[in-house]
Design a protein around this ligand. Structure first.
Ligand code: ZN
Length: 82
């Protein structure tokens, strides 16, 4: 089960599209085999998703533990289908 670290980003100007899970909860879960951790404190933010679950699903994820904003790592931004 691959686990990836997300990439810390600056707080978005527009909070629409930002996921901010409660402490101890995940921003997204699904039926895939990818997990993502906060790029700052390494808390797991997204669990068991497929690439298609996260691609374009949010603009950023706010970590409930350290309060920093995360985006997908660059290698997961290769192709966007909107
Ligand atoms: Zn964090």
């Amino acid at each position: 089960m691959p686990q990836k670290d997300m990439r810390l980003v600056n707080p978005p100007k527009d909070m629409e599209g930002v996921l901010s899970p409660a402490a101890g909860e995940y921003a997204l879960t699904g039926g895939g085999d990818l997990s993502y951790r906060c790029g700052g404190c390494k808390s797991r933010l997204i669990r068991d998703v497929a690439h298609s679950d996260v691609c374009g699903a949010f603009s950023a994820v706010k970590c409930p533990k350290c309060g920093r904003f995360n985006d997908l790592p660059p290698e997961d931004h290769h192709h966007h289908h909107h």
